[in-house]
Design a protein around this ligand. Structure first.
Ligand code: GDP
Ligand code: MN
Length: 349
């Protein structure tokens, strides 16, 4: 038995989305956090936010992944905070190292140039391994195999509102595959050739793009160029089958062979976003307008006062980034013919 009440917000389009408020019959779903041992206290805070606002009711598992062995302290602190099973996995070396076809000297030269240009994380090797891992490997980890859905959680994030329904059931029941809270353009300097590399893939594999894909969200000229809009991947609620699909596995392989994770600094956010926009039906991508989210330096705070009260949000809507000029969410609403929430204009300046 599952009980549903209509969603209080109509901003997701004309169709009412189904929400389930009971806790019986859990989905095959888990939280997943990639972290270093030194992230333990920042992550502890994130876990507390997620548990207090959502998971204390649902008790979904939590998978922690690291390129080094987790310390006893990390395990003790995090497993005391999680209400579902906590699992700790080591990332296999081949998922966190330079593939043999990468020219390490060329990669080193890139890092120097990017550092000189003050590109954020431009000189970092580990950040590149992180982006490549989140793009192509997290969903292949042994500990992830039993799950169909995931929610990615990073250190030092905040959840501002109560989430009183099962978000994984929500995704499944409404045929959603990818959910996000924040969207903005990527730094061009980090992805100079990502779009041309993607175009080459699409040209060879047009069969992976459904007719109703969301190309118009990521390109303003019908696919000629990338406008940089991406879903911020530090928050993701999604289906693992999207990343395990033939289309995505081939796409990732194509990108990986091109070397841009190391010769540039391709982020997992633009990679995931381009794939979601191209390989999914447009209505399979969901904007979570009701979670209330923070990851430095951006806030998502619902602008609808009734919703904020009903869900006990603790954010100031003046800080909301969603409707500001630099956000890509307004464009997401436009290309999908969605109705913007009441009063959004007041928070757009
Ligand atoms: P930012 O949000 O782009 O500034 O990057 P973060 O520093 O938050 O890193 C993204 C995610 O990867 C976070 O969950 C980090 O804990 C994790 N992470 C980053 N670098 C490493 C690393 O070298 N090793 C491990 N195990 N995790 C990392
Ligand atoms: Mn982060």
């Amino acid at each position: 038995k599952s009980e549903s009440k209509p969603s209080s917000q109509g901003s997701s389009g004309a169709t009412e989305l189904k929400k389930t408020y009971t806790t019986d019959g859990k989905e095959k779903a888990t939280f997943v956090s990639l972290a270093r041992n030194s992230d333990v206290w920042s992550l502890a805070s994130s876990i507390r936010h997620v548990e207090d606002r959502f998971n204390h009711k649902f008790h979904y598992d939590w998978v922690f992944l690291n390129d080094e062995e987790f310390s006893d302290e990390f395990k003790r602190v995090t497993s005391a905070l999680t209400s579902g099973k906590a699992k700790y996995g080591l990332i296999p070396k081949e998922h966190w190292s330079f593939p043999e076809w990468i020219d390490k000297e060329r990669a080193a030269k890139t890092r120097k140039e990017m550092a000189a240009k003050k590109v954020i994380y431009g000189d970092s090797i580990s950040y590149r391994h992180m982006c490549r891992f989140e793009s192509g490997f997290f969903f292949r980890h042994e500990l992830m195999q039993e799950y169909e859905w995931y929610w990615r959680v990073e250190p030092d994030i905040k959840i501002y509102c109560d989430i009183d329904y099962d978000v994984f059931k929500f995704m499944k029941d409404n045929n959603k595959m990818y959910g996000f809270t924040v969207s903005l353009p990527e730094y061009v300097a980090t992805i100079e050739t990502l779009w041309d590399t993607t175009r080459a893939f699409i040209k060879e594999n047009p069969q992976y793009l459904p007719e109703d894909n969301m190309m118009d969200f990521i390109s303003d000229d019908d696919g000629l160029s990338y406008n940089g809009c991406h879903f911020w991947s530090n928050f993701e609620v999604g289906s693992l089958s999207l990343w395990r699909s033939e289309a995505y596995l081939k796409y990732f392989d194509h990108l990986d062979k091109a070397g841009g994770f190391f010769y540039e600094r391709w982020g997992d956010a633009p990679v995931h976003s381009i794939a979601a926009a191209l390989f999914l039906h447009r209505d399979q991508i969901h904007f979570f307008d009701d979670v209330g989210y923070f990851h430095n330096p951006f806030n998502n705070c619902p602008v609808d006062a009734d919703l904020r009260e009903e869900r006990r949000c603790m954010c100031n809507p003046k800080d909301d980034f969603t409707w500001k000029g630099y956000s890509c969410v307004p464009e997401f609403f436009t290309v999908n013919n969605m109705k913007r929430p009441k009063g959004w204009e007041a928070f757009s300046g």
